[in-house]
Write a protein that binds this ligand. Structure first.
Ligand code: NAP
Length: 333
């Protein structure tokens, strides 16, 4: 008789998570009730927000506590259906977390259209990270052709898409990422105008001033910390900063002290706005259509780093937090 496997949080991590903070358990195969389907996981997404979920603190979502199955976006194949809207063999995306099989409400799943792109893209460029780039950048930064846009976390799932969207909109785009190979990728493959490796650059302010001679009109912030402090000083009057993520802070054991920026926000009349992507949940169809169109036209590219094996999901998560990924980090179950 087949068994299910689930990855549970074993302990709340201190600092950078360790593989021993997770454990795999074998459990009985779930049996779908009326209105549910049995899904077999095909790809698992590992995302930075998961670090926030395992701190034990309620933020915009409930925490995952030790003993709970890890949350997360997943794709799967329907293997049994008690829901009229889905059939055996359908590919779906949902949020059943780190488990090989799950019995889930069919109404909470999105059936994937193979015309839009490969299944894995539902967790990347055509899924939550892609929508984060699309809406988080366009709706908050309101970019205009000719403006200068800076993107931090520029070689990751969200940042690599933001820079390309900014290019489509006619902007001058500078990316910041943690490796020379990553800077080569965003400039030579993705068409960013310039970029620098924050791990080998000591003077962020000086480097940004050199690469953005007309100042910075839009900033898409994935990382926070000292990089963001330097960018904000160089923002032009009426600049817009979209605060998407603060990954440089997620694994700190003690909060960092930073400059007090509100004086700067005041005199430069900046708009600095944070967002949670669920804000635009009702418009994901529109965003995915546009992104799929740009992919077809060759205006947008994506890269996926895929680790094989369900049991390697914690490892993939930790490697993504440490910056091993180029583009979207995924696990093939
Ligand atoms: P990602 O960029 O694909 O992967 C994370 C990247 O963060 C790593 O590859 C690493 O790249 C970088 N990083 C790790 N530690 C860092 C540090 N100390 N300083 C600077 N960079 C560091 O992840 P993603 O899924 O696209 O997410 C990017 C950001 O968007 C995250 O902050 C995430 O929390 C946020 N996000 C927010 C929303 C929302 O609704 N607001 C939705 C999705 C994602 P390097 O090699 O460049 O260091």
């Amino acid at each position: 008789m087949p068994v299910n496997r689930q990855i549970k949080l074993a302990a709340k991590p201190v600092g950078m998570p360790k593989e021993s903070d997770f454990r795999i358990e074998e459990t009985a195969m779930p049996d779908p009730k009326d209105g549910q389907v049995l899904v077999k996981t095909t790809y698992l997404s590992v995302d930075p927000y998961m670090r926030g979920r395992i701190t034990g603190v309620k933020t915009y979502a409930d925490p995952v506590l030790p003993g709970d199955v890890m949350v997360g976006g997943v794709t799967g194949e329907v293997v049994k259906s008690n829901f009229a809207g889905l059939q055996t063999g359908d590919a779906v995306v949902g949020y059943w977390g780190w488990q090989n099989y799950a019995a889930v409400a069919g109404a909470g799943l999105q059936k994937l259209n193979p015309q839009m792109g490969p299944v894995s893209t539902a967790l990347g460029i055509l899924g939550m990270p892609g929508m984060t780039a699309y809406f988080g950048f366009l709706e908050i930064c309101l970019p205009k052709a000719g403006e200068t846009v800076v993107v931090s976390g520029a070689a990751g799932a969200v940042g690599s898409a933001v820079g390309q969207i900014a290019k489509i909109k006619g902007c001058h785009v500078v990316g910041i990422a943690g490796g020379d190979d990553k800077i080569d990728y965003i400039t030579k493959e993705l068409g960013f105008d310039d970029g620098f490796n924050y791990k080998t650059t000591t003077d962020y302010y000086g480097k940004l001033k050199e690469l953005c001679p007309k100042g910075i009109d839009c900033y898409f912030d994935n990382v926070g910390g000292a990089i963001t402090d330097a960018v904000l000083v160089l923002m032009n009057t009426f600049g817009r900063a979209s605060i998407c993520g603060q990954i440089s802070q997620y694994n700190l054991e003690k909060p960092e002290l930073g400059p007090r920026i509100l004086g700067l926000v005041l005199v430069k009349q900046l708009k600095v706005e944070g967002f949670i992507i669920s804000r635009w949940g009702a418009r994901f169809g529109e965003g995915a259509q546009q992104m799929a169109q740009w992919l077809k036209e060759g205006k947008l590219k994506y890269h996926e780093d895929i680790i094989e094996g369900f049991e390697n999901t914690p490892k993939a998560f930790i490697e993504m937090l440490g910056g091993k990924n180029l583009g979207k980090m995924l696990v093939k179950a």
